[in-house]
Structure formats: C-alpha cells, structure tokens
Design a protein around this ligand. Sequence first.
Ligand SMILES: N[C@@H](CCC(=O)N[C@@H](CS)C(=O)NCC(=O)O)C(=O)O
Length: 259
Amino acid sequence: MGRIELFHEWGSIQSHKVRLCLAELGLPWISRRVDLAAFANLQADFLAINPLGLVPALRIGDEIVTESSRINERLNDLADGGLLPTAPDARQRVRAWTSVADKVVHPAVRPPTFNLILKVRLRRLPAGALDAAMDRHPHAARADAYREAAKAPIDCRAIIRSIATMKQVLANMDEALSQRRWLAAETYTLADVALSAFIDRLDRLAMSALLDAVPNVQAWADAIRNRPSFPLAKGPEAERPDPLVDRALVERLIAAANS
Ligand SMILES: N[C@@H](CCC(=O)N[C@@H](CS)C(=O)NCC(=O)O)C(=O)O
C-alpha cells in the first residue's frame, strides 16, 4: 500500500470527517493542506487532484478518491476497520446517516458558516481578488455563494432556515439514539464519524445550545468529544483560530427559529 495523503483544510467540515476516520482507524497519513481562504483549491495543481475543486481528496499511491463518505469507506476497507457493519440492516442505516450528513447537514451548515464566519474574511480581500478566483471556480452556484457572502448583508432568514433543518436532524438523531447505543448500531460506525463533524461545527458556530433539547444526542456528543479521535481530528489550535462568531446574534436567531 502506498502512503496515505489527505488534501484537506482544517476548518472544513467534510475534511474533519475524514481526519476523524483516520484517527479512529489509527492510520498514519500525510497532511496536504489546501488553503481555502487563499483559494488554493482552484489552482491547477489541486484541480488535477479533484477537478471539482473541493476538499477533502485522498491519494494513495496512484489512486485518488474524492467525496468524504467514499473516502471514509475506502479507509475503513484499507484498515479492515469494522466501522461499516456487515449485517445488511445496520449497513443500510450507516449509509442512510452518511447521506443525511452529506445531503442535509452539509448544505444546512453552509449558510451560517458563510454568514457568521466567512463573510468577515471575504470582505477583507483586496478588490478584484475574489472575482478573479471565482471566475476559475468549477461550480457556478458555489462561486455565486462566495460573491454573495462577500457583498450582501448577513442573511438572517437563511440562517434561521438552516437552524430549523439542523433541529430536525438532531431530533431524528435523538430518536435513533433512543433505540441503540450508537447512531446506526450497537457499535461505533462511520455514521458516528460523519455526524461528529456536525457536532464540531455546531460548537464553532456557537450553536451547541441546540443540543439542550435532545438529551440522547447530548450524551452521544459528550461520548464523541471524549474519544481520543476528536481532538486529533480538529488539528492544531493554531490552524483553527476562534472564528469569533457573534454569540448574541446566534442566540437571537436560535430564539427566532424556536418561535
Ligand atoms: N460532497 C463533498 C463536498 C466537499 C465540499 O463541499 N468541500 C468544501 C469544504 S467543506 C470545499 O471544498 N469548499 C470549497 C469551495 O466550495 O470552493 C464531500 O463530501 O467531500
């Protein structure tokens, strides 16, 4: 087997999922940081790795794997890790949860992430730098989201909609955790890996109060945070400075989503 190289960004939720999986599996890996703030994901050398310009991407020798959930299954196979159960019903539940993480949670965390964390950073860019980078973005919709985030005022309605979606996911997780020790099975699986990254993002968005209403998720999140993999996946503090989210605003938005 070739050495494992991970192209990732420390502050990216989908990269976090893969770092967590590597830590759970105890696999050694080489960090290839892709500086999203400097749009390194849109440079030719990274587009040769992932033509979509998205992190994470995995390279093992000549093999390249993209899409965080596919990467995690590949890593689990590689390590014979047992994070994907063999029983068909449990395996199906794992994949259902990893789809929720990719298709519901990831899109839902984007508006608060853009509005509460990235907007400040994007506004500090020199004139023309953002447009020049976005003209190279392979995803027109993502390029628009960056341009919008830099120019428009904070979109509170979009954040409130996201909070409503996240609350629904948390309620579904709470229900699942009332039936089993872990999300998809009695043992820890790739489903727990995928949704752990959501917990980390809620912490960074100053939204962990959303867990107060879901006691099973709260207990699960405590167990997740106490696993040795959690700090390893976060990475060095210096790589993830406090995003300085406006906590008072977040409290008001959570209250609005609850009303
Ligand atoms: N479905 C992909 C999504 C990857 C993705 O959206 N990555 C974000 C960081 S979390 C990214 O690279 N963003 C850069 C951009 O949109 O330009 C996966 O799960 O790997």
